[in-house]
Ligand binder design. Structure first.
Ligand code: 13P
Length: 293
């Protein structure tokens, strides 16, 4: 199965897969309804030089629909940086005023799409059924869906969050084949942590991401579940990313507010790398120690 999964990634143009194959982390920035094209251009101009040399991880920027073409042009043919939309309709075309079809996004060079964000579920009537249809439409068009799941504070406090999230995952993947599923990305975004400054603890994030992987293993098998990237989202900041990424089932982050600042987002992208000043101090300390040996 794993060979077929690798082949599927390669046939979709994602040739830069790590060898031996392992889940490549993804740091995605969800700009939400922010940035005019002038502002988007300025942000990308500052951000891209800071992240273009990153290897062994994928970076995704998800601007509003009006800035998608601009972002695709600015990013260029980068192997590690992709552009994502924030929503997609499941029909191929037709009388759906205001909507965008997956083929339209594909046509302009979009490679990812966020589906089922809690804000779409809360304010725009997205349901588990429509999320499932959007995810399947994206996959069929060769776009990677970032499928969002996550519980409200009420559900967490009632200790019903595992059941709730697991049901969301099962419904999102309903009727999807194993190879398609392996290419999907899941984002666990507890609603109580979005835009509140209240990040889930690293342990809380790991607990649910692990449970999501177990749910996927139940739907498919362990190999497919091991191939699927599971992100955490909710008030991710430069000072929380390292701890999150140390958790075995957290494969990246879906970042809101902090993705609007080039410095913060690039620091999040570069998780696991020590700040230059800190590395310098440690090097100097080592030297001192070896001198006294
Ligand atoms: P914040 O990072 O602003 O909490 O937003 C998270 C989010 O909703 C990303 O999709």
């Amino acid at each position: 199965m794993i060979e077929e999964i690798i082949k599927k990634f390669a046939s979709d143009g994602e040739t830069e897969q790590p060898s031996p194959w392992k889940r490549q982390p993804i740091i995605a920035g969800n700009w939400k309804m922010n940035k005019t094209n002038t502002e988007a251009e300025a942000l990308l101009k500052e951000l891209l030089p800071l992240v273009e040399d990153v290897k062994d991880r994928a970076v995704v920027v998800c601007p509003p629909a009006t800035a998608l073409t601009l972002a695709v042009k600015k990013v260029g043919p980068s192997a590690n940086i992709g552009v994502g939309a924030q929503n997609v309709h499941w029909e191929e075309s037709g009388a759906y005023t205001g909507e965008l079809a997956a083929a339209m996004l594909k046509d302009i060079g979009v490679t990812y799409v966020i589906v089922g964000h809690s804000e779409r579920r809360e304010y725009f009537g997205d349901t588990d059924e429509t999320v499932n249809k959007r995810a399947k439409a994206a996959v069929s068009a060769g776009i990677i869906p970032i499928i969002c799941v996550g519980e409200s504070l009420e559900t967490r406090e009632a200790n019903a969050y595992k059941e709730f999230v697991s049901t969301q995952v099962k419904k999102a993947f309903d009727g999807m084949g194993a190879l398609s599923a392996a290419k999907c990305v899941v984002a666990y975004e507890p609603i109580w942590a979005i835009g509140t400054g209240k990040t889930a603890t690293f342990e809380q994030a790991q607990e649910v991401c692990e449970m999501i992987r177990a749910t996927l293993a139940g739907l498919y098998d362990a190999e497919v579940a091991d191939a699927i990237r599971i992100l955490y989202g909710g008030s991710v900041k430069p000072d929380t990313i390292d701890g999150l990424m140390e958790k075995p089932d957290v494969d990246g982050a879906l970042v809101g507010g902090a993705s609007l600042k080039a410095q913060d987002f690039s620091r999040i992208v570069k998780f696991g790398q020590k700040k230059p000043e800190k590395a310098k101090v440690e090097k100097a300390e080592k030297k001192e120690i070896s001198k006294t040996d």
